[in-house]
Design a protein around this ligand. Sequence first.
Ligand SMILES: [Fe+2]
Length: 173
Amino acid sequence: MSNVTLVDVFKHRITQKYLQRSGINHAVTVACYAYDLSLEEEVDPDLATKSALLHDMGHYEWYRDGKWDYEEYRRHDIHAIKGAERAHKLLIRLGESRTTAKEVSLAVLLHTDSYLPFELKGKRTALQEVVRKADEKDEQPQGLHHYKEMDKSEALKILHQLDLAVAKAKKMP
Ligand SMILES: [Fe+2]
């Protein structure tokens, strides 16, 4: 079993830096959805929740006149590519195995195909599909889900509960 927890991942300064941009609320909410979906789909809940928590860490903001220009952002978006690289680097630094780091990195890379010139429908693994579905459940038009608020202390409380649930689920036969 992995001894790197969601709380460890969340507290790291790299996560703190990048999750501020895409929104802590969205990341934590998607991790909760991914946990539920992972049990339904019989996917490793540890991989699913870590991938979900980090899925948008490649995001950057695209401001114009003090406002985020969502259309402009979409046109130049490569957040899944950046996120995949950042998630991998972060997990390796935290002592995660290279196998886990790669699985999570791929789930981040493929959680959306909005930046690709082709569709990924039907091509994702079960884990990648869980992360895509969990993200979709929290999405709002015009990227508004990135602006929902959540205190760091509230996020830590939820993630600690998720860590306990993941540890328990992994012990089940
Ligand atoms: Fe997202």
